[in-house]
Every structure is written in C-alpha cells, then in structure tokens.
Design a binder for this molecule. Structure first.
Ligand code: ADP
Length: 744
C-alpha cells in the first residue's frame, strides 16, 4: 500500500521534473546532441550534391560551414546539463543556447545560399527549398523544448527563403510563370511545414496533458484502493459484528466479530436472511417488523434486539443498519453494524431488580414503622390518659411521684416514637408542611412556658426577648416550628448546668412576607469546633462520653434541620467548648391568609359551657379504654355522649341520633371509620362535623380521612385539652375559638 502510494507521488514528481523549464531545456540539449549524427546525414548528402554540381571545393566548404555551426551548438549543449547542475542560471543558459542555435541556423543559411547561387545547383530550386524545408521541420520539432532556439532557427530559414525569392525576382529580366510556380510551390510547402509543426506541437501538449491526467487518475485510483483496503480492514477487524446483505436482504459478507459473537461462520451465514439465522422466540416482533419496514423503504434503522447464537444462547444486539442506494434510489445492499450489549443489558436488569428490591425494602420499612407506631400509640393512649386522670385525683406525695414518673416516661417514649416516625416520613418523602395562620409570639412564648419547668428544676434562667416588632399573625407550619423550638430549648436546658438559656426573636419584613430569626443561646457545655456540623447528622452526638450522661438519641437536630429545610429556612450553630452554644433558626414566614381557619385551638372557658349545653357527641371506637378515656375527658362538659363500637353502629347512630359532632376511630372491626364516614356523607340526613381519632399519624392517613369527608384529624395519644379544643372549634366555629384563644 505504502509503496503504491509513493510510486504515484514519484510519477508526479518525475512528470513535473520532465516538463519543467529546466527539464525541457535539458531534454532539448540531450536530444540535439543525441541526434547530431542523424543530422549530419543531411549535411553530407547536401555537400555531396554540391560537390557533384559545383565542384569538390564548394561541396567541401559547405560541409565544413555546416559542421562548424553544428559543433558550436552541440559542444555547448553537451555541457549544458552539467552547467545547470553546478548552479548556472537557467535564464543565462537559455540565452546562450539561443545564440548557438542562431549560429547553427546561419551556417545552414550560408550553405543554402551557396547552393542557390551556384552555377549548376541554382538552376533547380528544389534542392534549396527541400533543404530549407528539412531544416525548418528539424527546428520546429524542438519548439516545445526550447521555444526561442526553435523560433530563431525558423526565422532564419524564413528570412533566407524570402531573401532568395526577392533577390531572384530583382535580378531576373522579367517575372515569368516559373517564378510564380516556384513561389507558389514554396509557399505551399511552407504552409504544410507550418501545419505539420503545429500538429506535432499540439500532439506534444496533448501528450503532456494526458500523461498528467493519467498520473492524477492513477493517484485517485490508488487513494480509493487504499481507502477501500483500510475500510475492509476496519470491517474485518472491528469488535462489532458487520453484516452486508444484498438487495434481497440475503447475507453476502460477515466479519470475524460476527462469527465470534453469533457462532456462525461466514460460509454458514452467506446466502441466509439475518432474521431466519438469528431471531429466536424471545425476539421482539415489533422491533423485527420495524427493521423490515426500514429496509423496504430504504431508511436507516437503529435499535436494540434480542438474537440467538448458534448454540441457542440469547444475546442483546444494538443494531445500526444503513441501506446503500444507487443513483436511481434502488437499494444495492445493506450494511448492518451490530454491537453485543448483552452484559450491559444484564447489568441494567440487575440494577432494575436491585432498585425494585430497595424500593420494596423502603416500603416494608415504612409500613413496619407505621404499624409499630400505631401499635405502640394505642396502648400509650391508655397509659398517658389514665396517668392524666390519676394525677387529677387526690394522691399522697409518693403516689404523685410515681404518677409523674409514669407521665415522664410515657412522654419520653412518645418523643422517641415521634422522632423515628418523622425520620421514616422524611426518608419516604412523605413529610409535608401544613402552613396555617398563627400568632408567632404566642406560639414561641407557649413553647418557652412548656420548657420553663425543666429549666427551673435545674436552677436555670430561661428568658424570651423580642428584638424587633413582631407581627400579630403569620403563616407557617406552627406545629413543626414548635417541634423545632422544643428540641432546641430542650437541648439548651439539657446541656446547661449553670447560668441560663436566652431565646431572642426578631422579624424582618420583606415584600413576600417576613423572615424570623430565632436564636437559642445557652451557657452550657458547648460543642467542640470539629463536631459542630456533625451534631446535625442522624444518631450523632457531639462527644459520646460527655453527652451519654445527658441521654438522647441524636435524632432531634437531624430532624429539626430537615424540617426547617422543608419550611424553606436554615438552622445553624455556633459554639465555644465549655462556654455555651447558640443555635440560629432563620425561617421565612408567609403573610396571613385571613380566610383560613386558625391553627391554634381554644381552651374551654365557662362562658362557652352554655353553647355546649345538650349537644350530642357521638364517639365511635372499638377500644374500651379509649371510650372510657373520652368519657372521662368530657365528663365535666354539659354534652350528651353516645358511643358506637364499630363503623356500622356509628352509621346507624348517626342517622338515629343526628349528633352535633362525631369522633371516629379509623380502624374498627366490621367497618372502618373511613367507610362509615363515606356512608354518613352519602346519607340524605344531617351532616355533622366528623373528626378522625387515629393512631395512624402519616400525612397519607390524614388525606384518606379528609377525602372520605371528615373535617379534622386528631392523632393518638389524645390529650384532654386537645380534645376539648377540637370540640369547641367545631361546635362554636373557628372565629370564636380564635377569640377565646387570644383572650386566654
Ligand atoms: P440528642 O440531644 O437526643 O442527643 P440532638 O440531635 O438533639 O440529639 O443533638 C445531637 C447532639 O448535639 C447532642 O447529643 C449534643 O452532643 C449536641 N448538642 C445539641 N444541642 C446542644 C447544646 N445546646 N449544647 C451542647 N451540645 C449540644
């Protein structure tokens, strides 16, 4: 290949060398020198003729004169190639060789004149004219090689001819027909010489051009051959399988990769249809049809298809098929390049299976947590409620301490359950925020009040300072804000032994609402600098040794940060070990949506008792303890309490008693609370507010209840004040509930 390519280049170089000005000059010189002997045949023939007619002296003189001219010219020309090589300028050599050509032409002219004016030879002009014609042809033949040398010779011979006729006419007594015939004959001969020379010169030019074209075509051909060979090399050695099929789709050529992948040799494949050879029962019919349709319409096809190897193994191929069409648009052949993507496919399938398994795992985990939390919350409802009721009875100090311990332990257990449940919601992206209008200052001061007993118990000062104006109402998820603040304040009190905890609140106004900055600063144990960011990680405690003494799960801050993130805010910390920490919460708050209900719930006031007078409250719960608890919680209210033990009973009683409000447990035997609610809502009778009572605390449960037609949602364990607030909110209407809350 390499050789063929370089020989084409050599040919072109040789051509350029031969046809350059320099090449032509050298060829002229060598040609003249080489043909020196041939030309002397003419010299000696002419000299011999003159010797016969004019005598040996004239003949010998003519030969010597002609030889002199030839020698001057040829001696120089024989040295010319070497002069060129030694660096002599080409222009100078052209001029000198033109001069020597002129000298040689003049010697010929001299011989011609000797013949013309000779006594005997002058009688017949044929000898002279023929001699001149021969010399002209000789001079003209070298014109393409050395234009000026040829031209100067032709001029000399033409002038000599003209001079002869002119002189002859001048000296003749009169111009007769012989003169005219001689002149006419000479002119015709001259014309023929000119024609012949022009033909020869055109032939030379045509030859030059043809040679060049052939060389160039040869080069193109070789380039194409080289490309074709390279392409065939690529196809042969490609890692992908290459199949060439004829217009009827039958295989004409396959490469080695095809045999390696499919197990079929090229000979076995030749003449077969790819589909009959490779398609198996698993091959997707739609893809197979798409390939056939693309082939019929002469369009390319790209896609994945499952094939079978010779020994029946399924393989996945990425097929790239291109039809080759002729100038009339008919398909000449099809080239298919197919890549074995079996391992990629298997990997893809394994990944999909792994993803499905992981999703299934997450689902199972979430379900498990939901079930566990439900199962734990239901008995906890009994524990917390009963402890609440017990603490309201007359108890001695020791009994009071026991009850308090039960309440604290239950609260701690519930906090852990809530944290774990929150985490599982966050992981499953099921956590949503529920913004409501609420009183920001009231929310924060209530939270501070909640934590104050713990602070006082440790002898710590807990203060709340506002550093700016605080709007009356803002819009955000007050429940989640309270949860975060309880965590921050709880930690601050937990990790501080002396000094106190400050909560500072400031609110900036923006066009879209407000931004609250809440700082919780303590004078406690502090956090080492390198642990600062780790405290926001799950199950992470700053210094296990120190903090173990304080208890905790290491979940609170992780949940708080994610909750704050969900609400569009940021939670950061600064701390000095041994001196205290400051947690900063920046939270965007919306402007109040005054059409919405209040997020805060009222507490019972004596003047509302009249409004509750004689109202019928239906409670549907299959759990006896829960029914007992609610009965106790509402015992001092002037309402009429009715109980249903399952969904069907609840529906019947809702029709029969037309209650003012229904508290409905979600999961009950025979008929669930959700189903019972749907039936009640489907009835034509009264439509009391229905409030779900449930240990299922997911947002999706809340949605199910509301979709079934319930109005509100209380999650177990339910506290007394929460239940009473809910009752008031629904029986009195939200406006009066808010009024009550603000006056409380
Ligand atoms: P827990 O308090 O249940 O361990 P948190 O996520 O609320 O979990 O806190 C994680 C860790 O951050 C704590 O264990 C403690 O090491 C550190 N920490 C949190 N708040 C404070 C604080 N106010 N002062 C010192 N360390 C704190």
């Amino acid at each position: 290949m390499q050789k063929a390519g370089s020989s084409a280049a050599d040919q072109l170089a040789e051509f350029e060398r031969r046809y350059s000005r320099r090449g032509l000059l050298v060829r002229y010189a060598r040609g003249r020198v080489k043909n020196f002997g041939n030309r002397q045949i003419m010299t000696f023939s002419g000299g011999f003729a003159l010797a016969l007619t004019e005598g040996p002296v004239t003949g010998g003189a003519a030969v010597l004169i002609a030889l002199f001219g030839e020698l001057v010219d040829c001696l120089f020309l024989s040295r010319l190639p070497r002069l060129l090589e030694s660096g002599f300028g080409i222009r100078k050599l052209l001029v000198i060789s033109t001069v020597t050509a002129a000298v040689q032409a003049l010697t010929i002219v001299a011989c011609v004149l000797m013949a013309w004016f000779g006594d005997q030879s002058g009688l017949s002009p044929l000898f002279t004219i023929a001699f001149l014609a021969g010399a002209s042809i000789n001079a003209g033949l070298v014109l393409p090689f050395h234009r000026s040398a040829g031209t100067v010779r032709l001029i000399a011979y033409a002038l000599a001819t003209a001079f002869i006729f002119f002189f002859d006419a001048l000296n003749a007594p009169r111009i007769d027909s012989v003169h005219f015939l001689n002149a006419g004959g000479t002119a015709m001969l001259g014309f023929m010489v000119a024609l012949f020379l022009s033909f020869v010169n055109r032939g030379f030019e045509t030859h030059r051009k043809t040679t060049l074209r052939l060389i160039e075509q040869g080069q193109d051909l070789m380039r194409h051959q080289k490309e074709a060979q390279q392409l065939s090399l690529v196809a042969r050695n490609a890692n992908d399988s290459v199949i060439m099929s004829d217009a009827n789709g039958r295989i004409v050529w396959t490469n080695e990769a095809f045999s390696r992948i499919t197990g079929y040799s090229a000979a076995e494949a030749r003449g077969r249809l790819p589909a009959e050879l490779l398609n198996g029962p698993e091959t997707d019919l739609a893809t197979s049809n798409a390939i056939t349709a693309a082939l019929m319409s002469g369009k390319p096809f790209r896609g994945e298809i499952q094939n079978l190897t010779k020994d029946g193994q399924p393989i996945w191929m990425d097929v790239n098929m291109v039809p080759i069409v002729d100038s009339d648009g008919n398909i000449e052949m099809t080239v298919a390049v197919e890549r074995d993507i079996t391992s990629g496919k298997i990997h893809e399938q394994e990944l999909a299976a792994a993803r499905e398994a992981a999703e299934e795992g997450a689902r199972v985990k979430a379900d498990f947590l939901a079930t566990m939390s439900h199962e734990i919350r239901t008995p906890m409802n009994g524990v917390v409620g009963m402890a609440d009721l017990l603490s309201e009875t007359r108890l001695n100090t020791e009994q009071k301490e026991y009850v308090d311990t039960i309440k604290n332990s239950a609260a701690a257990l519930l906090a852990i359950i809530n944290d774990v449940l929150d985490l599982s919601r966050l992981d499953a992206n099921k956590m949503t925020v529920h913004p409501v209008d609420f009183d920001l200052f009231a929310c924060i001061s209530e939270t501070v009040r909640l934590i104050r007993p713990q602070a006082q118990h440790k002898g710590l000062k807990l203060t709340l300072k506002t550093l700016s104006e605080v709007p009356d109402l803002v819009n955000a998820d007050n429940g989640r804000l309270r949860q975060v603040l309880i965590n921050l304040l709880g930690n601050a009190v937990k990790f501080t032994e002396t000094g106190g905890v400050d909560l500072r609140l400031s609110v900036e106004d923006t066009d879209l609402g407000h931004i609250a900055t809440i700082e919780v600063e303590d004078t406690g144990i502090g956090i080492p600098a390198e642990k600062l960011e780790h405290v926001f990680e799950r199950f992470s405690q700053a210094e296990a040794d120190t903090t173990r003494a304080y208890g905790g799960t290491g979940l609170g801050l992780a949940i708080s940060r994610e909750l704050v993130g969900l609400m569009g805010g940021r939670l950061t910390v600064e701390s000095t070990l041994g001196r205290g920490s400051c947690f900063t919460l920046r939270l965007p708050l919306g402007l109040p949506d005054r059409t919405g209900g209040s997020g805060s719930r009222p507490v019972i006031a004596p003047r509302h008792r009249a409004l509750l007078q004689g109202r019928v409250v239906l409670v549907a719960d299959d759990n006896r303890i829960n029914r007992l608890l609610i009965a106790k919680f509402l015992a001092d209210l002037p309402v009429r309490l009715e109980f249903a033990c399952n969904g069907q009973e609840a529906v019947d009683m809702a029709v029969r008693l037309a209650p003012d409000i229904v508290f409905m447990d979600m999961s009950m035997p025979q008929m669930s609370g959700v189903e019972a609610t749907r039936l009640i809502r489907g009835n034509n009778g009264a439509h009391p507010p229905i409030v779900a009572l449930t240990a299922n605390a997911y947002d999706s449960d809340r949605k199910t209840c509301l979709d079934a037609g319930m109005n509100d949602f209380l999650s177990k364990p339910i506290g007394r004040s929460e239940l009473v607030s809910c009752l008031l909110a629904h029986l009195n209407g939200p406006a009066s509930a808010t009024e009550e809350h603000r006056s409380a």
